[in-house]
Design a protein around this ligand. Structure first.
Ligand code: MLT
Length: 411
């Protein structure tokens, strides 16, 4: 019989958010009348902006006419969107990114997972702990993570950078060899963000060691503080050592619409087995054009509309709405005497579970006694144990209700 990719057997349980959905569904079956407030998965609730809807309708009409109908588009994205991204997300911030360094895709989850296909199997990979589980699981699938050590609760071949309240959520630079590091700022799950000075240390480290930074900026639009960079390319030297991932999911409510992009600078070189330099931009272009047929025309037009003055205003309103929810959560937790971080440059609030409760114990208590679903910190890694994540993506009404219920628990 044919064999399977045995690396899948090394994955730990099911994907975190599927596991939470499974537990909540089981709980609902047993408690059908309970009013449950979802604050677990970071999924948006505000409807798409009017500008986005108008653009979807207009592009659908174009597709219905022979003169404006379009078949396959360029796999790496239409020029109208790549130009807009290079202009509005980079040039306007004084960063030079060329349109052909931008690759449009259907999501950062896919991109952060797929990018490793262009990297050597022998690369030593570092992740923060806690971490967005996709970075770890996709490396496990690719056979780069080693085996899961049950006692250590970690994969043997990954380097873990503990990022907790003790070090102010600043991942420490690796002490040994690391070829590739995933950094996410503003961070999922902790909601904290790296300052320009902190990120500079990483860029300098990567350039000194010939390492690659995979920088996930999916939550960039939530940044409110001046000292937090919106792009890693704000840091000098970053174009020689970093790939940046951005998404319209959390920015413009596209979790169900699907559009994202990845910037692979042309300055970025990796080594071939003979030590020759190879352009990562060329490799990613080859991979993307071979395995992907592009994001639909409608969705790329919709993404483009987010950059119009009115589209941008509408999107900012939704971001403001979520940031206001984050403030409600932070205030509510403070009133309840619970320590919390994040929520200022991020839709995520990261809290310390009260007493000695484990993350999953707190998940059970919150669900059962308050009808609130959050995400256990330990689901993001060993160092997330004793922490818990709440998202601000719900409605303001539910967010207020949830925090009153937390207060009532008198923890
Ligand atoms: C999360 O809750 O962490 C996000 O929804 C994950 C994602 O964007 O895939």
């Amino acid at each position: 019989m044919f064999s399977i990719n045995h690396n899948f057997a090394k994955l730990q349980g099911s994907y975190l958010f599927s596991e939470i959905a499974r537990r909540v569904a089981a709980y609902k079956t047993q408690n059908p009348d309970k009013d449950i407030i979802p604050m677990g998965i970071g999924d948006v609730t505000r409807p798409l902006a009017h500008e986005v809807i108008s653009s979807l309708i207009k592009s659908a009409e174009e597709m219905g006419k022979a003169e404006t109908f379009r078949g396959y588009g360029p796999e790496q994205g239409y020029d109208f969107l790549r130009n807009k991204i290079a202009e509005a997300d980079y040039k306007a911030r004084g960063i030079s990114v060329a349109p052909d360094e931008v690759f449009v895709s259907d999501g950062s989850k896919c991109d952060t997972g797929n990018i490793q296909e262009i990297l050597g199997a022998d690369c030593i990979v570092a992740v923060t702990d806690p971490v967005y589980p996709v970075y770890v699981d996709t490396n496990v699938m690719a056979g780069r993570a080693g085996d899961f050590d049950e006692k250590e609760k970690r994969y043997t071949n990954l380097v873990y950078l503990q990022t907790t309240a003790e070090n102010g959520f600043e991942p420490p630079l690796p002490s040994g060899r690391v070829d590739v590091v995933y950094l996410c700022s503003p961070n999922n799950p902790t909601g904290t963000a790296l300052t320009r000075a902190q990120l500079k240390k990483w860029v300098d480290w990567a350039n000194k060691n010939g390492s690659l930074i995979l920088f996930d900026g999916a939550y960039e639009r939530f940044i409110t503080q001046k000292e937090i960079p919106h792009s890693i390319y704000e840091i000098e030297g970053a174009k020689a050592c970093a790939i940046e991932f951005r998404s319209f999911s959390k920015t413009a409510g596209f979790t169900g619409t699907r559009c994202a992009y990845t910037v692979v600078p042309k300055d970025l070189m990796g080594a071939d087995p003979q030590g020759g330099k190879v352009s990562l931009n060329a490799l990613w272009l080859r991979r993307h054009t071979t395995k992907f047929n592009g994001v639909s025309y409608f969705v790329q037009r919709a993404a483009e509309s987010v950059y119009s003055p009115e589209g941008s205003r509408q999107v900012s309103r939704a971001i403001g709405y979520y940031l206001n929810n984050a403030k409600i959560i932070l205030d509510g937790l403070e009133n309840a005497g619970i320590r919390a971080w994040g929520g200022v440059n991020s839709p995520y609030v990261w809290l310390k579970t009260p007493g000695d409760m484990t993350s999953w114990e707190f998940f059970g208590l919150l669900l059962d006694r308050a009808g609130v679903v959050g995400t256990p910190g330990s689901g993001f890694g060993r160092a997330g144990e004793g922490y818990f994540r709440l998202t601000a993506f719900g409605t303001a009404e539910n967010t207020r209700k949830a925090m009153l219920r937390v207060l009532d628990l008198k923890l």
